[in-house]
Design a protein around this ligand. Sequence first.
Ligand code: C2E
Ligand code: CA
Ligand code: CA
Ligand code: CA
Length: 275
Amino acid sequence: AKAAGRGRYRRFTADLDTNAHKRRSIEVDLHNAVKNGEFELYFQPLFNLAKNRFSAFEALIRWNHPKKGLVSPVDFIPVAEDTGLIVPIGEWVLKEACRQAATWPEDIRVAVNFSTVQFAQSGLVNMVFQTLATSGLAPDRLEIEITESLFLENTGSVREVLHGLKNVGVRIALDDFGTGFSSLSYLRKFPFDKIKIDRSFIIELLQEDEAGAVVKAITDLAAALHMETTAEGVEEPEQVEALRAFGCTTLQGYLFSKPIPASEAAKLVNGEAAA
Ligand code: C2E
Ligand code: CA
Ligand code: CA
Ligand code: CA
């Protein structure tokens, strides 16, 4: 048992080494990526059930690494957060997302992910305001997605920034709902426009009886608080029917579309001829 334990320990430290190495190499390359413009935004549509059409796109960053090819945001966003590079990257994402959205019909919104680290940056509200002014995008066409990790931070200043953003006129969505340090008290304290129900609950919808009860409770709660709901990771037609019955507002997932390049997103909402 002891030998097996040591083996496990050695394997564990070896993993740590390769992970640390992988991180360091990503860190070095990320600096260059910002300078060299190696990022691209993809857009995934959100389907509005009442309107029976796409009503928004979520901007999702992609990194075209010159040697490694496509690097997943899951691998580089945490490194960007630790190094502070998320600040210039996040600013680029917002500018590019607004620039693209300004070319879409006026009833199509764009959702942009904001890292908790970005909220420590002074002047965030002003940066958002300036970006909207430059792009000409109406503020209510921008939806900022935040996660529950934000509430581990100093809630006084977080609340101030969130209210500042609301004053600019943008919408705020709570992303990955149910996975983090959920506390229902946030829902009353902060001015969310939308709750995004995490994919893990949507997957369970067809597998476990109780999962339906949880998703229904979330959509009912959101409706009572006048918030919209988006179901994330919808892949099966059966999920659509369940979510419609629960009164979910919008659906997002591979069933409708994977994230697509900006040119394809524009075609989807402007029609082939206009793009
Ligand atoms: P997220 O914000 O929860 O974004 C949804 C993720 O789920 C995306 O992965 C999307 O491609 C994926 N997805 C959508 N529908 C389905 C589905 O039906 N099935 C499955 N299996 N997956 C689906 P992606 O693009 O790899 O992004 C991963 C995460 O990276 C995002 O999770 C977000 O936390 C982060 N991220 C992406 N872009 C940005 C960004 O511009 N800024 C920041 N701060 N984070 C970002
Ligand atoms: Ca998101
Ligand atoms: Ca999410
Ligand atoms: Ca997620």
